[in-house]
Design a protein around this ligand. Structure first.
Ligand SMILES: [Zn+2]
Length: 232
């Protein structure tokens, strides 16, 4: 049966459906030892189907089983290329924020708390830069957002700040390292991606559209004036 997999390319950020021709496996099995059974390892190689991109992403997996052809259980998984599962964001988003986000993604698998620390700093940076809000801690800064952002965005941000250890330590300085669960680190990254899109990208797209409208209006006015001149 033909394989179909929904996927977002980490390089060009395009949503695509991958077929057999885009997904390749390099795989091998081996007997380890009596007390370790068998091992299977593979590289899963994805090729972006977009003609302008065509870049390659690679993940490695390691499985073990008691029998050579038995049920293999996944023990490890590594994102190899690109190194971090980070989305590409445009350079009109401040470099410092994009760096923190990228590093939060890069370290996520190895240390949820290091990742969450970078994410909290990034979140604070976003609120300070985009809204010009500066309070004594992230907790107060998020509170100050309530009457500025739409209700759905506010609810999303507010719910993340209440999650587990993120919530329990929200009033602490963003540079203090706190223990978090991997899902909490993941949730913070997802929130940052959403805010980059909802705030920075939306604002940029709107500004570009408005500029275009002004430009067209100006051109029309000039054409009209020129036509009037030639009439007289
Ligand atoms: Zn791509």
């Amino acid at each position: 049966m033909a394989r179909k997999e929904h996927w977002t390319c980490p390089y060009c950020n395009r949503d695509c459906t991958l077929g057999d021709e885009d997904i390749k496996f390099c795989e091998d099995k081996a007997y380890l030892a009596e007390d370790h059974g068998y091992a299977k390892a593979n590289f899963k190689i994805l090729i972006c189907p977009s003609p302008e991109c065509r870049k390659i992403s690679i993940k490695a997996h390691y499985f073990t089983s008691a029998n050579y052809d038995g049920r293999y259980k996944k023990v490890y998984e590594w994102q190899l290329i690109p190194e971090a599962n980070a989305k590409p964001f445009p350079d009109y988003i401040p470099q410092q924020l994009r760096d923190d986000y990228f590093e939060a993604c890069l370290i996520k698998e190895k240390s949820a708390k290091a990742s969450a620390t970078l994410s909290r700093r990034c979140l604070q940076g976003i609120i300070r830069d985009f809204w010009g809000i500066k309070e004594k801690n992230l907790f107060n800064e998020i509170a100050a957002l309530e009457d500025k952002v739409d209700a759905t965005t506010w609810e999303a941000i507010d719910s993340v700040r209440k999650v587990g250890n993120i919530g329990a330590h929200m009033e602490k300085d963003v540079n203090i390292i706190i223990d978090v669960e991997p899902e909490e680190a993941e949730l913070l990254i997802w929130l940052i991606e959403t805010l980059f899109e909802e705030w920075y990208i939306e604002r940029h797209t709107r500004e570009e559209k408005m500029k275009k409208i002004s430009q067209i209006a100006k051109q029309k006015a000039e054409a009209k004036a020129a036509a009037k001149d030639s009439d007289s």
